[in-house]
Write a protein of this length. Sequence first.
Length: 380
Amino acid sequence: MKPIYFNIPAPLLIVMDDVGWWSGEDSHLSNEPFRTGISRNHCVNDYTAIAELAKMTGTRIQAGFVLCEWDRENILRNVPSSTWMGGDWDNSKHQGPWLDEAADVIIKNRPHIEIALHAIGHEYWKHPGPFSRAEWADMDGVMRPASDIVAHTEAFRKIMEQNSLGDFPTSFVPSAFKHCFGAEENGITPILKSYGINFISNPFDATVWEKAPEDPAFGIDGGIPFVNRGRGLISWKVIDASPEGIYWDGPICGLHWPNILNPVPEENSLTVECWADYLNKNYVRSKDRVMAKDSIDCWTQLLCSKKLPISLTDSAAVLDFSKLNAGRYPYLGKTFRIKTDFEISLPLNPSVLSVKKHGLLLFEYEIGIGSELENLTIRF
């Protein structure tokens, strides 16, 4: 009898920063933001590219939005620390039909694009004077004044409402990766929780630590799952980047918007197809990886791949759920996935059972988080 292959694959979630700029110009030397640093402006086709990549890889891309250039009513005059113009903020040059067109793409593709809270203007301005990095915390990870954090977050919410972009985000991507883990009441997480944030990702090597995380891949920061983005493998302003020869071994594929775009917007699909081919080859068809369906699926699959011990025999696999305590690990989803090369018999019907593809069977099983389920026996 050949050896049985049975695995809970580790997830990969695409987290894409700096979505939302209309100007691509890096103007940080003029006290404006770095933006995306490319030599063209952004357009509606650039939003379509995100949706197309998500569809082609079976995931919901988490897009970290910067929203100052979506301000239709110039409300940011009332939040001077959020932009380079301060109280003289005027966004009229970015107000046009493209806002409605891009919003339509985003809303129609809600199953494929998740708006994450990233920034208003990405930096922090104390007028008069130059900006400092970054919007939510300084270079030492010290949170900006709580009143400014609330004002910026409220502005993000109001600009979303101006553009009918849907509900407030449930994910947070710190701008410039400036964040302190474990600051508790002195940090940003109590404010984020009050707005419904339930997922944070950040490179662990860029994070300031008040306490150590539970695992090299994740921790719980003030009651919010905090997932390691890993180090940056592609520069933030490289447009039409090639993923060949690169491998994200952690749970997050950390990108910036230009990486999947083309210098010619009408040819974005060429770059997107390159990325889709790479992700499908290395993750969708991999034995030990799976594309996360969304951020909560990433968190749940990551926990199951790391904290769900498997006892394997010739006839069965026993999964020990005792370590997946709902109180210890908040915001877990309802399902996880298994990859195996054997037909398996489940004691309960799986929520989804896929056909055999790429030499493996992919099962999705509903987990009883919060129930009395302690063990699950799967027979071959």
